[in-house]
Design a protein around this ligand. Structure first.
Ligand code: ADP
Length: 632
């Protein structure tokens, strides 16, 4: 018989599984059962439109058979089954849904806790089984296939017989050792416990032959009647079959919610928040939603598929229905079940479905209020959430010119210079100093650097807070919102801070007039390097600063260069001088005494301003030359 090797990465996972000291070995049963349930889902769905399936809904079932002597545990389903190609594809290589993240981590060589982190599904059975036989027949095909593997040396496939469509997974348990009693997994009570713990909500009956005892009346030799017990076997359904979301909240434990989430959405970390909600009325539905604890590895890429699972009266009709969650909340995972949707509704019809639109709107509101509650009452968790998905909320705020801002703006956090932590815009406005009119922010690459900007210093002295923006998307937020709680935003690094009184403004104008010749001299010395040279009152202890042309920012220039080089542009540079600073005074003095030197000073101060603004020096060589020249 032909022997097949597992694909390289599958082999590594298998090695890990086989040698696993993973404490949660028992999850293998959940994985195998959830595969069986998925396979039945697929056939049940086919049955909706295909009369030939010929299985009534109530006949779908998962059967568990134990054989302690042979050490086998068998999980059988009457689901869709697999043909030969699918067997090879699905069980010979790891490239499918739940295992994808695993593959990525494998590439990054992160073996630690690999099993704990990813839904490795079928393969987890090798943690307890020495060998596994899969007998399967695909619905609609006549031939059946038998796949056998002991993990280590690959697998074999041969043709076989099977009466009906479906799959049997036959696991031969490993030999017991001092520490590990694999035979436990063959015990009736153990299986019963595992099913109740992990698979209770599976929507098809999980049946097993169990031993029970019943009383029998008997009469002894003295003619006295008594009661004896005799044992008999019975096929029992081990799970309650009620989907978690259909059960009353008070009857569901935290552990069940978590286990359901991890199993269903292939995230082995715990969700940060569970939202279990329902509605009755124009449309009735039940929803079980989760806020994940961390962003999936592909979240900010095109590969990520947002959406909620959609059920109609307990039957899954769509794996991920994107229309149920808005783009800005695309990180939400969950299930929605509504009896008001017809079972065989097509995707195109769904999009225009009125009920669906209403459900989606309610869900959006619910998510918003839950996140808000988290922000207000469970700050630590919220910050964890924000670290993972805050960027998405900001994108959501600025997308489509801000049409969704009502849903997201209250949920944003930015770093407060004054408070040294993340705060919401509401918290900023509420903490504004007396007389402060604007929400100040500065964009840049890192907080430490931004905190030292002269403008931030100036604002600080007045007791005004500045938000330090370090993410690409941050700056687009004030541009989109324009105002928040009726306060306008001010980019402190480029716009007038609005701190001067009328008299101060007048004085500044007079000063500029007085120094006009000097400013012109500096501008002419620098030529095309700067667009304008002017005086500034916001410089504090700094001699100069570089500010961008009105309405622009250097961060945007840099962002465009990175993200969209073909549309890159250069933002006009305005050199601002602090006329009271000794260095500027020295330059002014040199203008009359030694104009060539004054010209060099102008150039040097411009380089300084560039550096302070985090702008690269186009010619670092010229800069060092100049410094040396002035020193000698
Ligand atoms: P996942 O369930 O995450 O996709 P698994 O390794 O558990 O990963 O299973 C791989 C694939 O094998 C499944 O996606 C499914 O296509 C197929 N499969 C596994 N078990 C069964 C089954 N009992 N019936 C039909 N197909 C199955």
């Amino acid at each position: 018989m032909e022997k097949h090797q597992f694909k390289a990465e599958s082999q590594r996972l298998l090695d890990l599984m086989i040698n696993s000291i993973y404490t949660n070995r028992e999850i293998f049963l959940r994985e195998i059962i959830s595969n069986a349930s998925d396979a039945i889902d697929k056939l049940a769905y086919t049955a909706l439109t295909d009369d030939k399936v010929g299985i009534a809904r109530e006949e779908f079932a998962i059967t568990i058979t134990r054989d302690e002597d042979a050490r086998t545990l068998t999980v059988s389903d009457n689901g869709i089954g697999m043909n030969r190609a699918e067997l090879e594809d699905n069980l010979g290589t790891i490239a499918k849904s739940g295992s994808l993240g695993f593959k990525q981590a494998m590439e990054k060589q992160e073996e630690i806790d690999i099993i704990g982190q990813f839904g490795v599904g079928f393969y987890s059975a090798f943690m307890v089984a020495a060998s596994i036989t899969v007998v399967t027949r695909k619905y609609g095909e006549d031939v059946a296939w038998k796949w056998i593997s002991n993990g280590a040396d690959g697998y074999t496939i041969e043709q076989t017989q099977k009466d009906a469509a479906g799959t049997d997974i036959i696991m031969t348990m490993k030999e017991d050792t001092e520490e590990d009693k694999y035979s436990d997994f063959l015990q009736e009570y153990q299986i019963r416990n595992l099913i109740r713990k992990y698979s209770d909500y599976i929507r098809y009956p999980i049946r097993m032959e169990v031993t029970k005892s019943r009383p029998v009346e008997n009469v002894d030799e003295n003619g006295e009647t008594g009661t004896n017990y005799e044992s008999y076997t019975e096929n029992e359904t081990l799970n309650s079959m009620v989907p978690l979301w259909q059960r009353p909240k008070k009857d569901v434990t935290e552990e069940e919610y978590e286990s359901f989430y991890q199993d269903k959405f292939f995230d082995y970390s715990k969700p940060l928040r569970t939202i279990h909600t329902s509605a009755e009325g124009t449309v009735s539905y039940k929803a079980l939603l989760y806020v994940p604890g961390k962003a999936p590895y592909d979240f900010y890429t095109r590969d990520y598929r947002p959406g909620l699972q959609l059920y109609s009266s307990g039957v899954m009709i769509m794996e991920s229905c994107e229309d149920l969650v808005p783009e800005h909340f695309r990180f939400i995972r969950g299930v929605v079940d509504s009896q008001d949707l017809s079972l065989n509704i097509s995707r195109e019809m769904l999009q225009k479905n009125r009920q669906l639109t209403i459900i989606a709107r309610n869900i959006e509101k619910k998510i918003k209020s839950e996140l808000k509650a988290m922000l207000e009452n469970d700050r630590e968790k919220y910050e964890e959430f924000f670290a993972a998905f805050g960027r998405q909320l900001k994108y959501g705020t600025v997308a489509e010119y801000g049409v969704h801002k009502e849903a997201t703006q209250d949920l944003l956090l930015f770093y407060s210079h004054k408070q040294g932590k993340l705060i919401s815009l509401k918290e900023y406005v509420e903490a504004m100093a007396e007389g402060q009119e604007k929400i100040y922010f500065v964009p840049g690459e890192n907080r430490e650097h931004l905190a030292k900007l002269p403008q931030v210093e100036t604002l600080s002295k007045k007791g005004y807070d500045t938000l330090l923006f370090t993410e690409d998307v941050d700056e687009f937020v004030p541009q989109t919102l324009m105002t928040y709680m009726e306060k306008s935003f001010c980019n402190a690094s480029s716009e007038d801070l609005g701190l001067q009184t009328e008299e101060e403004k007048k004085a500044a104008e007079e000063r500029a007039e007085e120094l006009k010749g000097f400013l012109t001299f500096v501008k002419e010395s620098l030529g095309e390097q700067v667009k304008e040279v002017k005086l500034s009152a916001n410089l504090g202890s700094h001699p100069v600063c570089m500010s961008p042309d009105a309405g622009m920012s250097f961060e945007m220039e840099k962002y465009m260069k990175r993200a969209n080089p073909e549309f890159a542009f250069s933002v006009g540079r305005i050199l601002e001088l602090n006329a009271d600073h000794d260095a500027v005074k020295a330059m002014h003095k040199a203008m009359t005494e030694d104009p060539l030197k004054a010209k060099d000073y102008a150039q040097l101060l411009m380089y300084q301003a560039q550096l302070m603004a985090d702008l690269p020096l186009e010619d670092p060589y010229a800069y060092t030359q100049l410094v040396c020249k002035l020193m000698v």
